[in-house]
Every structure is written in structure tokens, then in C-alpha cells.
Design a protein around this ligand. Sequence first.
Ligand SMILES: Cc1cc2nc3c(=O)[nH]c(=O)nc-3n(C[C@H](O)[C@H](O)[C@H](O)COP(=O)(O)OP(=O)(O)OC[C@H]3O[C@@H](n4cnc5c(N)ncnc54)[C@H](O)[C@@H]3O)c2cc1C
Length: 347
Amino acid sequence: MEILGSKELMEQVRSKGLCTTCGACVDICPYHQSHKGRIALTFDCDIAQGQCFAVCPQTEFDANELSELMFQVPFQNLPLGHYRSVKSAKATDKIIKGNFQNGGTVSALMMFALEEKWIDSAVLTGSKELVPEPVMADSSEDIAKCGTTKYMATPTLSLVNKSAREGRKKLGVVGTGCQMKASASIRSNPMNKDEYKDAIALSLGLFCTWSLDTREFLDYLKSRVGREQVISMDVPPPPAEIFVIKTENGELELPLSEIREMTQEACATCPDMTAEWADVSVGAFEGKPGWNTVIIRSQKGEEWVNAAVEAGYLVLDDLPDESLDHLIQGAGNKKKRADNAKHEEVQ
Ligand SMILES: Cc1cc2nc3c(=O)[nH]c(=O)nc-3n(C[C@H](O)[C@H](O)[C@H](O)COP(=O)(O)OP(=O)(O)OC[C@H]3O[C@@H](n4cnc5c(N)ncnc54)[C@H](O)[C@@H]3O)c2cc1C
């Protein structure tokens, strides 16, 4: 894997519309900065090799090296990535109430990890006046406030870079597939820095089919809901084909086709629906509202989920075979679509 610099990152990724806005290049140096859903290079940096290029989820990477690092096995190109088991789960009443997207499994796992000191803080995504933003959660109350899915691309990983620079340790990180791939790359110390210390203790990936262009969607949202306070957004399972926005005054159902038009260009080339490079990945359990699908990937992830169940934060159940088959099919289709999109891009 050849590591290049900022200039090549701009040429190969950003200027081609392939930036996923994960935030892995932000706050490493003073030059890559983010503002309201856009990442920009503020200085003509001519460094030959940069961490920004090395950790970008859209540059070339060594899948075997990451697989050995995360799961201690060689990379196999499986639809769901490497896993030990797939379950369904939901949070119990033991956890602080929040506006959770599905079963609250993500928040429950993070609260358990924080309260039991598996992590010191959690890097999450909250929002301020509708704009999604990275949030450092230092308490279960902070975690509860970050519940619900903001369907917009957010440079959450910038906070991992900032925290590591400030000497924070034992971080829990929650993010989508591109963010999990970048966080695994950060952990691999690709620049072989002597002073490098792994600040990430646990990583939790979110299933993701697409993420919206933040600026475009915010304009759209404002035109639809005006000054009403948005409580949550959801994509009900097929065949609904709607996007639901819940506000303080009720629910608004919008055609999903209209929303999908605002998808970030980069998402078309992403092959990873289930956030393969995480300790544990979580998504909705289609057909069982209020529950999540959970993919347990690493040994540490397995210990984490089991301990959270034992401590009463989470309940687990088996996932029916047909649900697993459906998930494998969906994840495989995303890989095929990404391959086709990459092929078209080369032509
Ligand atoms: C852009 C996006 C697209 C998704 N698409 C799918 C999908 O196609 N199929 C599916 O099954 N699931 C999808 N999910 C995941 C799903 O919406 C839920 O996050 C997941 O099921 C966990 O539910 P929960 O109740 O445990 O989450 P909660 O306990 O409510 O926790 C939600 C967590 O999501 C994090 N978060 C919120 N918005 C973002 C964001 N923009 N970027 C990064 N992290 C964020 C917060 O930090 C919070 O910790 C998507 C998530 C995102 C962010």
C-alpha cells in the first residue's frame, strides 16, 4: 500500500466526489478542516506522505493487515465481513431513557462500557440546531442525548484525532462503515510513528446504506419543517419507500426517492453495509420494531456484549435464519453496486 500526501488525497478522493466526510483527516494537522458537512484543505500542503492519506477510507488499504489487527484472521471477502455470531438485541429499562433509534442497543453498550470503565469517554454524533456534530460523551446522560440517527454525513472521527492529541485514552467510537474502516486504519498506525498510542478501546459500527449530503439535506429539511423542532428521522423497512420526520407537531412522510437524491456521491462506491471493521456492528431489525440486529465480530466485542447482558443493560435473542439470509443478501448487493460504480468511474 503506497502512502501519499495531501495533494494526492485531494486528487484521488475529494476532487472526484469520493470523500465520505468521515472526519478521519480532520484535526490531524491545521490544514484539513470541516464546516457544516464539508471538509476543505485550507493550505496548499505538499507533504509527500501524510496520515490524512493513510487513514482515508477511500484510499487503497491492506485488508489482510486490518483483518489481522481487528480479528486475528486473514481477510475473507464475505458479504457481512468477519463475524462470530449475529443476534437480535435491545436495551433494558436499566439504562437512562433516551430518544433511541431502534432498540437502544448502541446507547446501552456505550453506557455499560463507560460505567464499567471499559472506556473513559465515547466519541458520538449529536446535533446542534439540526446540524449533526461530533460529541465527546463523558457520562451516560451525554450518551442518551446522542440517541437517534442523523442521516447526514458527519466528520465524527475528527474528535478521535483531537482526543488522541490531547492524550485521552480508552475511547469508545460509534460510526458508520467508512468511519469504522478509518478508525481501524488509525489503530494500525500506518505511518509507523514511534510515539503512537492506540486511543481506541472499543469500536461500534452502524449499518449504513447511504448518508445524506449535510448541506443539501439541511436546506431541504428547513424548507419542509421550518422552525419546528425535529425529534427523529426514520426509514421504515421496504416496501414503505418513505422517509419519516417526527417533529414536535407530528409526523411528516416524504417520498424516499426524493431523499435518496441527496445521498453523498461517495456512498455509491462504498461496499460496506454492515460496518465490517468494528468490534460490534448494530442496525435495525427489520420486521421487529424496537429491536436491533447485532453482529459480534471481534473477541473483545463478544466479551463486551456478553458482559453488558450479564450486567442487565441488554437482552439478546437469536436472529431468525431468514433475517440473516436477508441481511447477507442486502450486504452482498451493496458490494455489487459499489463494484459497478467503481468500474463506471474508471471508464
Ligand atoms: C447515516 C446512517 C444510515 C443508516 N442506515 C441504516 C440502514 O440502511 N439499515 C439499518 O439497519 N441501519 C441503518 N443505520 C443505523 C440505524 O439507524 C441505528 O443507528 C442502529 O440501528 C442503532 O440503533 P439504536 O437504537 O441502538 O441507536 P441509539 O441507541 O439511538 O444510538 C444511535 C447512535 O448513532 C450515532 N449516530 C447518529 N447519527 C450518526 C451519524 N450521522 N453518523 C455517525 N453516527 C451517528 C450516535 O452517536 C448514537 O450513539 C444508519 C445509521 C446512520 C447514521
